[in-house]
Each structure stands twice: as structure tokens, then as C-alpha cells.
Ligand binder design. Sequence first.
Ligand code: TYD
Length: 218
Amino acid sequence: MNHKPGLFISFEGGEGSGKSTQIRCLEKWFRDQGKDVVVTREPGGSPGAEEIRNLLLTGDPGRWDAVTEALLMFASRRDHVERTIRPALANGKVVLCDRFADSSVAYQGYGHGLGADYIRNLWKLAIGDFKPDLTLIFDLPIELGLERAGTRFANVSAAEDRFERMGLEFHQRLRDGFKEIAGNQKDRCKVIDASGDLETVTERVVSVVQGHLAGQGG
Ligand code: TYD
């Protein structure tokens, strides 16, 4: 695989899909097996990328046009890859990342209409062929996801809600986009049915990860 000795897994999906909770469950699963795990997120994940995150997630929904937003995403991603992810993988760690470049394809490519090819070109320019070993795409009907996210944001983080406020059609395009991404890259991307309770979804996640590891010979 391209990242040996480490393992790079990204978690993708729309709002309120529960992926952040599932990351913590998978972190525990790996730690219980004695693995070193780094949990990180995008946008963000390194000091510079976290500063860019603040620019991206606060303020008016129209604060950035789609191209600027995409460029900021990839600026933060490059910093994150070079300073956090690659060094961890080189040390043999498991890296669990809450969103990665497929989010740019879905949000900026499909959601904001820049197109998947445009984003894949930026991907190549910014970080070359670098990609996760495995990508878990959490899928949920959008009404349910936004309802979950709404509850969460009402309680937790009122400020970082720029993307949650973008409207139903946008979120439908996202969901369709993620499905297309998964359909085009069946080896790397696995869709996880995110409906159901926490334990059920965790079982689905673990089974997909075990399948991946078995395919890698360990
Ligand atoms: P975050 O608060 O981390 O939310 P979530 O729990 O949904 O991951 O916010 C990240 C937001 O940024 C999220 O709405 C998706 C968006 N985003 C993009 O539009 N493009 C990207 O490339 C990434 C990484 C995130």
C-alpha cells in the first residue's frame, strides 16, 4: 500500500452523519490492539491549517466564492499532510482523519458546482497522488443528518456553522456526490449506512476495516 508502514483512514459524509463519534470508537479499537493512533481533522490538523480553518468556517455563507474556498481547503490540506499526516505514517502510526480531500470533491466540486475534475486537478497540484488507504463514507438521509447536526450545533458550537446553513438542495448534491465518489473508487471508498444506533454503526465500521486489513495481509 502507498503509506506503509502506517495506515491512513479518512472519514467522510454529510452533516450529522455521526462520523466524529465513530472515529473515537475506531481509535479505541486500534488502541486496544496496541496501535499508535493519531486522530486529526480537516480543515485543520496542523497549527497553520487550524488558522485557515478559522477563516473557512466562520462568518457569512457567502464569505468566500467557491474557487477561493477550494484553494483555502487545499492550502490547509497541504500543510496538514506535510506536517502531521506524512510524519505520523512514516512512524508507523494509524492516522484517523475526520474529512480529507474527498470532502473538497463533494462540497466544492458537487455542492458548489466547481465539478469533480476541477477539484481533482487541485488535489494533484497540492498533494500529488497522496490519498487515504481507506475512506469510510457515512451515508444518511439528509433530513436526518441536518436534524442531528442542528441539535449538536445548538448545544456545542454556534459559531462554526457556516456550512450547516447552506440549504437542503446543497446537502442533497453533497450526498449524491459522495455516492458517486464511492462508486468510482470502490477499492478505496466504502459506504457505511450511518442510520441506526451507535453500536450498530460501529460494528459496520469495524467489519469494513477488518476487511481492508485482511486484504492487505494483516
Ligand atoms: P466541521 O465542524 O469539522 O463539521 P463536520 O462535523 O461536518 O465535519 O466542519 C467542516 C466543514 O467544512 C463541513 O461542513 C464540511 C466542510 N468542508 C468542505 O467544504 N471542504 C473540505 O474539503 C473539507 C475538509 C470540509
